[in-house]
Design a binder for this molecule. Structure first.
Ligand SMILES: [Fe+2]
Ligand SMILES: [Fe+2]
Length: 471
């Protein structure tokens, strides 16, 4: 196991002390990161103590320690999963060759772009969520928000380390740019559009952590396969933290469902307006939020047909999530049937890898849906079961862009689609209603009226624990 040196300015398990130039460069970036955190991170809570976990090793059974910490004092560090002895490239045309410990010159700019694109999403989500703390439904939730935020900050560190350590001056410049772009900024927005959508309510936050952090999981899984070994090791450890983010989303939505069912039972009705008057989220409204965030996150996988995806795979830069589960790792002969607006098309598998990823992502998304629907069915409301929207609904990238497809995947006359769009995604009135529910609750153990309590507290502490202490 690799321990982490906490006596250093930047906790790390990469022997930073042995590379003075790199250490100095990162120590130079560190105060800029802290400035960014103070300016763009959770607004107004910098003096509060939150009960947070901090990575202290990459050991599977004890990698984190828990304790109350002021966020600007959080020990953001650089941790790579332990190396795999004699690791080899596991896919593509170079399959079987030794994994690279340095960046191969011919793939330098592509690898840099992959790392920058991933790195950009990490601070972006912190920026998107910076005002949420003011309307938290409980201290438990507030703590989870901050936990997600500090770990996204650490994920930024993970990518900045790679840029500094392996990409010279270009890498250092990219690291500066990662702090200069901002979510939703008119002049310098974040790279991917989903990461420029503001997250101004907690229902959106739960959906974001369910759908968008899960996209992150799939991107990290595919980069964890990379032939560039430092990238693979970084991503493997990031995945350990990422699991909690999706837990926040899945249990968050599950708690909304449970609370809504309680209200329906108490009122003896499933009438949405009665449920809304009682201060809860009716299930059709929740469905609209799922439709919005799922479709928006699906765009992150890119075009169905992509020569970049083909090249990245063939060159061993980016594999499929869980590459080892497949039989064919070269894919020069394979094809995939793609549904397009013009009918089914056969495409070379190599070019259709974004779609392969999107399909396995959607399967993973179904797991939460099944859990929530079991609860809904048990309460006797099976007719209100939730569903994922069709992957062709509301796409802004790929062959389905601009096609009037409903969430069930039916192609509609344009006029009907336009008229009905806000039956499927939140209207301004829906959003205003959700915002009206967002009243801050900060008494230890208490929950806002629109969400049920979680099954248990954090790290075996009671739910009543004071997870955040305000200063
Ligand atoms: Fe992340
Ligand atoms: Fe995340």
């Amino acid at each position: 196991m690799s321990g982490i040196n906490y006596s250093e300015k930047i906790p790390n398990n990469v022997n930073l002390a042995n590379d003075r130039t790199l250490q100095r460069a990162l120590e130079h970036w560190q105060p800029k990161f802290i400035d960014w955190w103070k300016g763009m991170g959770p607004s107004d809570f910098q003096g509060s103590e939150a009960y947070l976990r901090t990575a202290v090793s990459v050991n599977a059974d004890g990698w984190a320690r828990y304790g109350a910490v002021k966020m600007p004092d959080y020990r953001w560090g650089i941790f790579l999963a332990d190396p795999v002895a004699e690791r080899r490239i596991g896919f593509g045309d170079l399959m079987g060759q030794p994994a690279w410990q340095q960046v191969p010159g011919e793939y330098r700019s592509t690898l840099r772009r992959l790392i920058v694109t991933q790195g950009d999403t990490e601070p972006a989500s912190v920026e998107q969520q910076r005002l949420l703390g003011h309307s938290c439904p409980s201290l438990y939730d507030l703590r989870n928000l901050f936990q997600v935020n500090v770990e996204e900050g650490r994920h930024l560190w993970a990518m900045v380390y790679l840029l500094h350590a392996y990409f010279g001056r270009d890498g250092r410049e990219e690291a500066e740019e990662l702090l200069a772009r901002h979510s939703g900024d008119a002049d310098k927005p974040r790279i991917l559009s989903t990461f420029n959508e503001p997250i101004s309510d907690w229902l959106s936050f739960y959906c974001f952590t369910y759908f968008t952090d899960r996209d992150g999981k799939y991107q990290l899984k595919s980069l964890a396969e990379s032939g560039f070994d430092p990238l693979s090791r970084t991503c493997r450890f990031m995945l350990t933290e990422e699991a909690h983010h999706m837990f926040v989303g899945e249990t968050g939505i599950g708690r909304v469902v449970r609370r809504t069912l309680e209200v329906m039972k108490a009122l003896g009705t499933d009438d949405p307006s009665a449920i809304r008057r009682a201060g809860a989220v009716d299930l059709p409204l929740l469905q609209k939020y799922l439709n919005f965030w799922c479709s928006s996150s699906l765009d992150l996988f890119g075009n169905e047909i992509s020569s970049n995806a083909a090249a990245n795979f063939a060159n061993g830069l980016k594999g499929r999530p869980d590459e080892s589960q497949y039989a064919d790792h070269v894919l020069r002969e394979a094809t995939l049937k793609l549904a397009t607006p013009e009918g089914d098309q056969e495409a070379p598998m190599l070019n259709a890898l974004n779609e392969v990823m999107r399909e396995s992502y959607l399967k993973d998304c179904e797991i939460g849906l099944k859990r929530w629907n079991r609860v809904i069915e048990r309460a006797g409301h099976g007719a209100l079961a939730l569903a994922l929207p069709s992957a062709h609904f509301r796409r802004s990238i790929g062959s389905w862009v601009g096609h009037p497809v409903d969430p069930q995947g039916r192609i509609l006359p344009r006029e009907q689609y336009d008229r009905r769009l806000y039956d499927w995604i939140p209207s301004e009135a829906d959003r205003a209603f959700v915002r009206s529910l967002m009243q801050r609750v900060v008494e230890p153990g208490r929950m806002a009226g629109w969400v049920a309590p979680p099954d248990r507290g954090i790290n075996n502490l009671p739910l009543e624990h004071e997870y955040v202490r305000f200063q």
